[in-house]
Every structure is written in structure tokens, then in C-alpha cells.
Write a new protein. Structure first.
Length: 379
């Protein structure tokens, strides 16, 4: 084989005849109508193999049969032989008329021509992409022995078709993102809190406190989930100020420590970016006082006093980011919290809490992929 040698044959009246056939919609001797998209039932692309040009009738017959068999042996294409009327020839620099290909994805044209030395011949083939009527590749086989040439035809055909570069569309991998019906988690974190008296414009005391607890979430659909939490929180307030005494103003410190149980009920929106889940959330919570407030005066004396909350409800909002880790998910969250009511200690000191919490949790899923509501038979 030699590289991309072309012989330009005169179109003459033969090509004019083929063109007229194309205009009239006549398709000579195409044995079978191709499937939609130029593919057969096995997903193999149809190839229209047109009769070879030339006057070497016996050589052309043998080459044509071998070309059809070689295309079949590639196991990716479905050849269909097309007979061109005698005298009609396809010019080497133009694709065949579409009606001759009859909807095939590709077409093979060619011819057998005598060489300059006596006894030498050329078998030249052209492979066309009929979608855009463009040439994919052309090459020829020079021979002086027809039997040896026949042995080289499969290689020539394979070489031509190796230049077809199909656009491969990769099927995306199955989404392995966990989608359980229930999620149960444990969490712990830090909460920066500010304690504001009713008459204050800015917090009179603040502290960083620990908090932790458990959570349970129910997936409502692919976007929303509802979450209930039980959080044990500690508040430590230290008030410093001047108080009058017989000896004059004295700087005194008063420390209050109490525990409470928070029960947030949240609605979450779950968005996924790759393997990461982002969840804006908002909801309300109730505060349940636990035990009494521990009070320590400026002299270090400690005592227990009662405390209460005028309105135990509050509002919280924030967002979480989660990623798969092991058999569950690691969650990092940031939240804002504010009480609706006032906390009263021993019927005297009152304050309202505001807080920003940063926490880390680990969640486990149950009933993977289950639905909250089953679809009815008619839906």
C-alpha cells in the first residue's frame, strides 16, 4: 500500500447519469433499507460498498467480494453492496450521490486501474463519511499478481476504517451519594454567647461555652429534610462592676453557671456539589432549664439559686457542609441563635441570649433509598 495516492478520472456522462438518478431519488440495487441513523439492529453502522470502477471485470468482481467480506470481519460495520449502472463512475475527489448510499453512515468507492509498467495495476479505495459528505481517507494497493493482492485487501480495508474517529459519549458513573431515609448523628462544638440585659444596648457579659448532643433527620424528598435535635448547653456569665460600700466603690465579680436542654426543630435544604452537600437550615427551638443556677460572689462563696425563662422559644438559622466519611458523613455547621424570652435568675437579674455556634458532627444513615411516601399504583 502507498500513502494517499489519487487518480482523478473524468466524470463524463457516467457521473451526469448518477447525478440525475440522485435528483430523481432512484437508488439502484440497494438490497435493504438501513435502520434509523444508519445503524442496523445490532448497532453496527451501515457501509455502502459501491461497484468498483474500471474495465478489469474479473479483478473487480473478486476485489468487490473480498472488500464486502473484509468490512464484515471488522465486526463494527454492516456492509451493503451497491451496483452502479455500467458507464457511471464516481469521481475520486467527490463523495457518492447520497441516494446511492441510501442512508448508510459510510460509503466505500474505488476502482482498478492499469499502471504504467505492463502488467501492473492499482486498486484504489476511498472511504466517505456520508453524514457530511466528506472523505475520511484514501489509499491504494499496487500489485502485479491478483492472488497476492487479494491477501492484502483485508489489511487495506482495516487501514482505511482505522481513520474513523467516532465521538464517544461516556456514560456518567452511577451516583453513589448516600440517600437514606433517616439520619442519626452526634455533635459537639463551641458557642460564643452574649448576654444582654433589657436596659442594655450592648452585651454586658459574654463567654465561649461548650455544647453537644444528638440529632435525627427525616428525608422528605430529594431537596428537603426535617431535623430534630437535643442539645445540652452550658451558660457561664461573669458580671464585673463597681458597687457602693462603706469604704467607697468596690469592683466586684459575680459568676452564674446554669445548664439547659435545647430542642431545635429544623427544615433543611440539601444541595449537592460533587461529593459535598451544602444545607441551609432554619427553625425554632425550646429551652428547658436543667437544675438550678450556680452562683459565686466576689468572695468566692458559692450557692444555688433558681432560674426561669419567660418565653422558652427561640429562633435559629445557619448552614452545614457534609461529606461522606467511612460508613457515615462528617458534618461541619455554623448557626446563629437568639432567644425570644428573658432568662431570670432568682427573680432578679434578667438577660436575653444571642449566640453563634460552630460544631462538628458525625451522622449515620438508615433505610438507604427508601421513600417516605409510597406511590400509588395509578401514579
Amino acid at each position: 500500500m502507498t500513502g494517499k495516492r489519487k487518480f482523478l478520472l473524468p466524470a463524463g456522462t457516467g457521473f451526469l447519469f448518477v447525478s440525475i438518478l440522485g435528483i430523481l431519488g432512484v437508488s439502484p440495487a440497494f438490497a435493504q433499507t438501513p435502520a434509523d441513523g444508519g445503524m442496523d439492529s445490532r448497532g453496527r453502522a451501515f457501509v455502502a460498498v459501491l461497484s468498483l470502477a474500471g474495465e478489469e471485470t474479473e479483478m473487480i468482481r473478486r476485489f468487490h467480494n473480498e472488500i464486502v467480506e473484509s468490512v464484515t470481519n471488522l465486526q463494527k460495520y454492516s456492509p451493503r453492496a451497491v451496483s452502479v449502472p455500467f458507464g457511471a463512475r464516481i469521481p475520486t475527489d467527490m463523495p457518492p450521490v447520497p441516494s446511492l448510499a441510501n442512508g448508510a453512515r459510510y460509503a466505500l468507492t474505488g476502482g482498478v486501474y492499469p499502471g504504467e509498467p505492463a502488467g501492473e495495476y492499482y486498486l484504489q479505495l476511498w472511504l466517505w463519511d456520508m453524514t457530511g459528505s466528506t472523505m475520511i481517507y484514501t489509499d491504494d494497493l499496487v500489485y502485479d499478481d491478483i492472488d497476492e493482492a487479494m491477501e492484502s485487501v483485508p489489511g487495506l480495508v482495516e487501514w482505511l476504517f482505522s481513520h474513523i474517529h467516532e465521538l464517544s459519549v461516556e456514560t456518567p458513573a452511577a451516583d453513589a451519594w448516600p440517600d437514606p431515609l433517616f439520619m442519626i448523628g452526634v455533635r459537639a462544638g463551641l458557642s460564643q454567647r452574649w448576654y444582654i440585659k433589657p436596659e442594655e444596648r450592648s452585651p454586658g457579659a459574654s463567654a465561649v461555652n461548650l455544647e453537644g448532643g444528638v440529632s435525627g433527620a427525616l428525608r422528605l424528598n430529594s431537596l428537603f429534610s426535617a431535623q430534630l435535635e437535643f442539645l445540652l448547653t452550658r451558660d457561664v456569665m461573669v458580671y464585673r462592676g463597681l458597687e457602693d460600700s462603706p469604704a467607697g466603690p468596690v469592683l466586684k465579680n459575680k459568676k452564674y453557671t446554669n445548664f439547659s436542654l435545647g430542642t431545635p426543630v429544623l427544615l433543611k435544604m440539601n444541595f449537592r456539589v460533587g461529593k459535598i452537600r451544602f444545607s441551609p437550615l432554619a427553625g425554632a427551638y425550646a429551652v428547658i432549664p436543667l437544675g438550678k443556677t450556680s452562683y459565686r460572689d466576689e468572695n468566692g462563696n458559692e450557692s444555688k439559686v433558681s432560674w426561669s425563662v419567660s418565653n422558652p422559644l427561640g429562633f435559629t438559622a445557619g448552614f452545614e457542609g457534609a461529606a461522606p466519611a467511612g460508613s457515615g458523613m462528617v458534618v461541619v455547621g455554623l448557626r446563629y441563635v437568639t432567644d425570644f424570652g428573658l432568662t431570670s435568675i432568682d427573680g432578679g437579674r434578667e438577660y436575653r441570649r444571642n449566640a453563634v455556634s460552630l460544631y462538628l458532627s458525625y451522622e449515620f444513615g438508615f433505610l438507604e433509598g427508601k421513600r417516605l411516601f409510597k406511590k400509588s399504583a395509578g401514579s
